[in-house]
Design a protein. Structure first.
Length: 272
């Protein structure tokens, strides 16, 4: 396997692509070194002609020298909203004069900055609808749920955890998965950082909107027909930002400052 990252340096001379097989988990740490140290480090990496294919890239950074724009994503980045905001504010001091962008929707966001049609050139995973048994026979709660679903229907909010049913299962099964999820017991909205699962999704029936706190290449292009009339917003924006995107009140759900600083410290010290 590995922890593979592509670095792209864009300048008046064009686009130069580098790669490191083991550095995707260190993206926050490496960026926090600051502009000069980071760019010197990238120049020591392996030059490659093409970006890695989907499934072989766990992180990405673009530094546009002319526009002074820095964009990045990583599978292993801390994605809690409050921590991300804290990190971006601190990172700005290390990159004075630069515009910083967390590319929450991964290569969908990145390709707009690099000028390469990346996503349409990839082999899309073969998404298939799960069986009825998979949807109905979710395991008993063992304390380790796989996903959190928040459903708004008739102006009421239902919060549901699943043990084996995944975000992809629900998207691929389609709109009829809503009634299956609603058969499960509802829980209170968790506090940020205490969702028990890293995978979150809002299903807003009232406004025909899906908000996925993840970036899943090709799934909507493949499965939008299973959700007639619905739109989808996707990206690793964090649990709290997902709630705000759905106009769900978040007062009192914020992570404590102590936890934010603890998570931020791990990001910038490379403890992965």
């Amino acid at each position: 396997m590995g922890s593979r990252v592509n670095y792209t340096i864009k300048s008046k001379d064009g686009l130069r692509i580098y790669q490191d097989r083991w550095a995707a988990s260190r993206v926050p740490y490496d960026l926090y070194l600051g502009e000069n140290a980071f760019l010197e480090y990238v120049k020591e990496c392996t030059i490659t002609e093409h970006l890695s294919e989907h499934g072989w890239m766990e992180g990405f950074v673009i530094a546009d020298i002319e526009k002074k724009l820095l964009g990045f994503w990583s599978w292993e980045l801390e994605h809690e909203t409050s921590v991300l905001h804290y990190f971006l504010a601190a990172l700005k001091k290390k990159w004075p004069g630069w515009q910083l962008m967390h590319l929450a929707n991964y290569m969908y966001d990145a390709e707009k900055l690099i000028g390469i049609k990346y996503t349409s050139a990839q082999i899309i995973p073969k998404y298939t609808s799960p069986t009825v048994d998979v949807m109905l026979n979710d395991e008993i709660d063992d304390g380790y749920p796989h996903a959190l679903f928040i459903i708004r229907q008739n102006e009421s909010i239902y919060v549901i955890e699943t043990m084996t049913v995944q975000l992809e299962h629900v998207i691929c099964y389609g709109e009829t998965s809503i009634n299956i999820l609603l058969e499960k017991p509802s829980i209170p909205l968790p506090v940020e950082g205490e969702t028990r699962s890293s995978y979150h999704m809002v299903i807003d029936v009232d406004n025909k909107l899906l908000i996925v706190n993840n970036s899943i290449l090709g799934i909507w292009e493949t499965m939008a027909h299973k959700w007639p009339g619905f739109n989808l917003k996707m990206g690793c924006i964090g649990y709290l930002a997902m709630l705000k995107e759905a106009n769900i009140h978040t007062a009192g759900l914020e992570m404590s400052e102590k936890k934010i600083i603890g998570a931020f410290t791990e990001m910038i010290t490379g403890k992965h």
